[in-house]
Design a protein around this ligand. Structure first.
Ligand SMILES: [Zn+2]
Length: 579
């Protein structure tokens, strides 16, 4: 067994995928389902098969084994996925150099970020860190919290990382790091971050992939300097603190969205562990989906200033598009979350969080302040102010319910609501496609996959079936034949690997169909199906002939039509006597 096989056989795909997607077991079957992390959907079409250790989305077609999943969700190479799985499961990697240049570069960048994070932390805790430590004390961040979040300090020399990197990494790796920069004039490099409080940014599996650096002295611009986009760090994909928060998000079934690093640290230290930040910008669609994998409810708590309100507005639209249940937390006294926790205490913040109103009520409250609610006209204006947001709810029933609720809240006639909302309807996600194979074919294939004995007994008969080429499952069956010829032990991934895309989809559909076949019954099922398939064979041939005759007549080939008709007569009489 090669190393990848060894890793694969010692991990459970359900557990691995379960760290990214909330999966529910489908009764007692080996099928687990959840919302697809690779496309936007409301009804789960993403399935994971515990027995065969693979996943398939019937909505967007994504599918494969545990490596493929990690490669796609973490956007990493095969080698990195292998390494990640091995590490997580305490399996030692063989000491062998892999030649994939992409992985090599990313591996080097990971190492540079680890070195940088360590260096920054040492700085913060050493003699040059006193000013930064004072800043943290003033912001109420304890030494423990600083350590937990891996906070650090970049020194002022601009040469600290350069000195460590230059001898160890290639110029190409240095250029891609985002941590050091080439001098405009002359030669050599200097550190990007100088004299800043450093916040490491992690990917979902907890590796440092970038930094945010806050200026410590007034007048240092910009206030926040972030890592540029690198092969590791893509801003629109990353949520600050998600790797720490995701367990708490699942447990509480909601996330708290704030704006900045300090807000996360403040709120997290107040005991609210399910907090993440978008880092100063409005959410992207990718970030929203990353959150949705863990919970579909969210409390948005942005800064009270205009920029914060704008970011909140755009983020909320993005969240509505993905059908999140949103609540809005507005803190009084114009405080941002971090300041509020400091001023009013952790308990007060948590109480505020608990009582945060649903987004549409919050919006309706804003409408109430904006328009004259004593006049009918004002109430209608108020409702129209909220209506565009309601319009964005994709589920029709929910849209109506919210609209009625808001209308009631604002004292608006329900008729207006019906007028506003009766026209639009939004298409729903398509259900998983039914495999175009007969029940007998389906059961036969399942039995063959389930049992060695069934394969041994049924395949020799199957090979003799003349009509095999008409079967929807013919390619899959032939792949099974060739596996038997090759005398390799049956492995589901092997079977999959021998198939073109369309047949892989068919195989997934068949495997996830809810027919239960145990190993005990498999032989019997296989032989029964075989018998039934043979019994309908003459009928099928007759049907095929009929179609050929029609085609020949249509094409004006009467001679051929005649010949086929004779054959048809012969076959259909034979078919009726053989039954
Ligand atoms: Zn999908």
């Amino acid at each position: 067994m090669d190393f990848a096989e060894q890793v694969k056989s010692s991990v459970d795909i359900v557990k691995t995928i379960g760290e990214y997607v909330r999966l529910k077991r489908n009764g007692s079957s080996p099928r687990y389902v959840g919302l697809c992390p690779f496309h936007s959907e409301k009804t789960p079409s993403f399935s994971v098969h515990a027995g065969h250790q693979f996943y398939k989305c019937f909505g967007c077609g994504a599918g494969g084994d545990v490596f493929k999943f990690l490669m796609e969700i973490e956007r990493i190479s095969f080698f990195e996925a292998l390494k990640l799985l091995a590490e997580r499961n305490g399996i030692a990697m063989p000491k062998r150099e892999y030649s994939d240049p992409d992985s090599k570069l990313r591996g080097a960048l990971m190492e540079m970020h680890e070195i940088a994070a360590r260096t920054f932390q040492v700085n913060l805790n050493g003699p040059i860190g006193s000013e930064a430590r004072n800043y943290l004390i003033a912001r109420n961040v304890s030494a423990e919290q600083a350590a937990e979040f891996g906070l650090g300090l970049s020194d002022g020399s601009g040469q600290q990382l350069v000195r460590q990197f230059e001898s160890r990494f290639s110029p190409e790796q240095l250029d891609h790091s985002g941590l050091i920069m080439k001098r405009q004039e002359g030669s050599g490099y200097f550190d990007r971050f100088r004299g800043r409080l450093m916040f490491p940014i992690h990917n979902e599996s907890g590796k440092v992939i970038g930094f945010g650096g806050r200026a410590l002295r007034p007048g240092d611009e910009p206030k926040y300097l972030n890592s540029p986009e690198t092969p590791l760090y893509r801003k629109s994909y990353v949520l600050y603190n998600l790797h720490r928060a995701k367990d708490a998000i699942r447990k509480s079934d909601y996330s708290v969205l704030v704006e900045g690093y300090m807000d996360v640290i403040g709120v997290y230290s107040a005991g609210v562990r399910n907090v993440v930040a978008s880092c100063g910008t409005a959410l992207t669609n990718t970030q929203v989906r990353a959150l949705k994998r863990h919970a579909e409810r969210i409390v948005v708590n942005f800064d009270p200033d205009a920029a914060g309100a704008n970011a909140a507005e755009r983020s909320i639209q993005m969240l509505l598009d993905e059908s999140f249940q949103i609540r809005v937390l507005e803190l009084d006294r114009e405080l941002d979350p971090d300041e509020y926790v400091k001023a009013a205490g952790a308990e007060a913040y948590r109480a505020k969080l608990e009582s945060a109103p649903a987004y549409f009520h919050w919006l309706a409250d804003r409408a109430r302040k904006k328009f004259d609610m004593h006049a009918v006209e004002g109430r209608i204006q108020g409702f129209k102010f909220v209506a565009p947001a309601i319009q964005r709810i994709s589920d029709r029933l929910e849209r109506f319910a919210v609209a009625n609720d808001v209308a009631h809240y604002l004292g608006v006639d329900e008729k207006l609501v019906r007028e506003q909302f009766s026209k639009t309807s939004v298409p729903r996600a398509a259900p998983a496609p039914q495999p175009a194979a007969s029940l007998s074919e389906r059961l036969l294939l399942k039995a063959l996959i389930a049992s060695e004995e069934a394969r041994l007994q049924a395949i020799p008969h199957l090979r003799g079936i003349a009509a095999l080429d008409r079967y929807a499952t013919k390619n899959i069956l032939k792949a099974l034949f060739s596996m038997q010829e090759d005398d390799v032990p049956f492995r589901f991934s092997d079977l999959e690997g021998r198939l073109p895309e369309a047949d892989r989809d068919l195989l997934s559909a068949l495997v996830f169909a809810d027919d239960k076949i145990g190993e005990e019954t498999a032989v019997q099922v296989a032989l029964d199906c075989l018998r039934k398939l043979r019994a309908v064979e003459p009928q099928q041939e007759v049907a095929a002939l009929r179609a050929q005759i029609k085609a020949a007549e249509k094409a004006g080939n009467l001679q051929e039509a005649m010949r086929l008709t004779q054959e048809f007569v012969r076959k259909s009489s034979a078919g009726s006597t053989s039954r």
